[in-house]
Design a protein around this ligand. Structure first.
Ligand code: GLC
Length: 599
């Protein structure tokens, strides 16, 4: 099933010429997260795979994204859905082969799409050769220094070496068993016991990851998403925290295992490696265009910006934005803070609403605010979808780069009622079912047809690793394609306009406009000398090059002065309604609706 370059459609054989002319593609890129387990299953075993992704790349090109980020597909026992890596240079057979990865990268480039892969440097799998050997060799072996092995406390070493708690629940330490069957040392795992943490004070760990980065760069990838980028360095002496319920402290306090200043040295080193690689589409231009994006949960946006200083990484996920409620004041505050923190280090802001670790935003916005990002209730679905569509237009109107999570362009909700017996998220089991509802956002994508797995796999009635709800037949790509009121067509239209309008995309500022309570209104202007990548004049139909986005976050219609000519509305029924037939003066914007305007 692997698709070779020569199989790619001829119309897509070369990268778009305009792309070749663009500087710093990542500054305003729209990057689509593919979760390989759940995207497309080419071989029908119920699990998505790389040939499945390759076959669907034309869909992503047509959607209008710039790049694809793939969650891990490396050799792994799948104790944490592939975030437990046993071999960083091999593809897990469940996803295909290294040749399939190569095919995918080439096919993506032929379509003008970039490819970003995950790198998981904080921990590996307990089935990684280094860890297996370290276990075999026992206490005192230098191989154990590549991890955090420690004797236990208590008279018989029966207590963990410190009080750290795993992010997935329970202690962050597991005791080993020696060759003679007696209890031995403990090892540190911030996540599942099957995910031992590397010791980044050991030079072999640095060398290994330099080599892993080069391996994938040599294969042609355009960059990396750095898993748990804030976790690599632990405070000297692994000090106690002195507090239980440590999860509640995350993101607010500095923890001895997160966001330690020592991580920055690692990223300065990695940046040099990325910069060694010549730009792919603009030979001769400097610097390199290979990028890295940090998954860095930090106490403040300003701390996240430190990862993006000019000699470190390129982008970081904006988790503060992802966690913001559907509230104009809150959204405006986080947008302002993000632009100012990222602007201070010359990095683009990024925006994200969903990913494989949190409840999908169509469900988050369907629930009362303040419930967090692991929700169990479906909430008011219609409301959630309406807000999700408006949130998409808001996100895509902001300056910088946006991350989409597969299926959000279909308006998919979280599946909140998965039976316990099909769940696979390790945090669900570690936390005794109290937390860890990440499977709900990982249910395979519906592509077509009326019978599960809805084109996810090749055979109607065939398997899928998590069951899809029956109502997803109506949400499939096939069902939405060509329907102007569908969420899919809304995303396509928005992404097309984003390419065409010079005012959208890169840039570092918005100009806020006066607006009624609960409404966001801001203007974007084309930077000096900027041209969109398409025909802006045609898109704006004779209007100037300015752009305004208005978002009504309230549950009631609001009336306001029309800022210009409506281009796109998140309301399925169309654009703003003129008041008294005078669209040039006052319009009514429906509840929970965003509108793009040309001015
Ligand atoms: C990151 C991943 C998450 C994984 C964890 C441990 O947060 O996004 O899915 O469980 O790291 O690797």
């Amino acid at each position: 099933m692997s698709q070779h370059l020569t199989d790619a459609p001829s119309s897509a054989a070369a990268p778009a010429a305009d792309d070749a002319e663009r500087r710093d593609w990542w500054r305003d890129a729209v990057i689509y997260q593919v979760y390989p387990r759940s995207f497309a299953d080419a071989n029908g075993d119920g699990m998505g795979d790389l040939p499945g992704v390759t076959a669907r790349l034309p869909y992503l090109r047509d959607l209008g994204v710039d790049a694809v980020w793939l969650s891990p597909f490396y050799a792994s026992p799948q104790a944490d859905a592939g975030y437990d890596v046993a071999d960083y240079r091999a593809v897990d057979p469940v996803f295909g082969t290294l040749n399939d990865a190569d095919d995918l990268v080439r096919a993506a480039h032929a379509l003008g799409l970039r490819v970003i892969v995950d790198v998981v440097p904080n921990h590996c799998s307990d089935q990684h050769e280094w860890f297996k050997q370290a276990l075999r060799e026992g206490a005192g072996s230098p191989l154990r220094d590549r991890f955090h092995f420690r004797p236990g406390k208590g008279a018989h070493g029966e207590l963990p070496p410190n009080d750290w708690e795993s992010i997935f629940g329970g202690p962050a330490w597991t005791r080993t068993v020696d060759g003679d069957g007696r209890p031995g040392e403990w090892y540190l795992h911030l996540f599942a016991p099957e995910q031992p943490d590397f010791n980044w004070k050991h030079p072999a760990v640095h060398d290994e990851f330099r080599s892993v980065l080069r391996f994938w760069l040599d294969l042609g990838v355009d960059g990396f998403r750095v898993d748990v980028a804030h976790g690599l360095v632990k405070a000297d002496g692994l000090p106690d925290i002195g507090h239980s319920e440590q999860l509640a402290l995350l993101g607010t306090a500095t923890m001895p295992y997160f966001d330690q200043d020592g991580v920055h040295e690692i990223y300065r080193d990695w940046r040099q490696i990325l910069d060694e690689y010549a730009p792919r589409l603009r030979p001769g231009a400097a610097p390199s265009d290979r990028i890295a994006v940090a998954e860095a949960w930090t106490p403040t946006i300003e701390r996240a910006a430190l990862y993006l200083r000019p000699d470190e990484l390129h982008q970081a996920f904006n988790f503060e934005y992802l966690s913001a409620g559907w509230d104009a004041a809150e959204l405006r505050a986080v947008v302002e803070r993000s632009l100012s923190a990222m602007g201070a280090v010359g990095a683009p802001a990024t925006w994200v609403l969903s990913n494989h670790d949190v409840t999908r935003h169509a469900t988050r916005f369907a629930n009362p605010p303040g419930g967090g990002t692991q929700l169990r209730e479906p909430g008011d679905r219609e409301l959630g979808l309406r807000r999700a569509r408006a949130a998409a237009l808001l996100m895509l109107a902001l300056p910088g780069s946006a991350y989409l999570y597969q299926g959000e362009e279909l308006g998919l909700p979280d599946v909140t009622d998965l039976p316990d017996e099909v769940r696979q998220d390790p945090s669900f089991f570690r936390a005794a079912g109290q937390d860890g509802f990440r499977d709900g956002c990982r249910v395979p994508i519906p592509w077509s047809g009326t019978e599960a797995p809805y084109g996810f796999g090749p055979v109607p009635g065939g398997p899928s690793w998590l069951p899809q709800p029956p109502e997803w037949a109506g949400l499939s790509v096939e069902a939405q394609q060509g329907d102007p009121g569908s969420t899919l067509e809304l995303y396509r239209a928005a992404l097309r306009l984003r390419r065409e309008l010079p005012a959208l995309g890169a840039g570092a500022a918005v100009t806020w406009l006066d607006a009624p309570q609960g409404v966001l209104a801001f203007r974007r202007d084309a930077p000096e000398g900027a041209a969109g990548t398409g025909n802006a004049t045609e898109a704006a139909d004779g209007a100037g090059s300015g752009f305004v986005c208005t978002v009504n976050t309230t549950g009631a219609p609001v009336e306001l002065a029309a800022p210009g000519r409506p281009l796109l509305s998140s309301a399925a029924g169309g654009a703003a309604q003129p008041v008294d037939g005078d669209s040039a003066v006052r319009v009514t914007i429906a509840a929970d609706t965003a509108i793009w305007w040309a001015i």
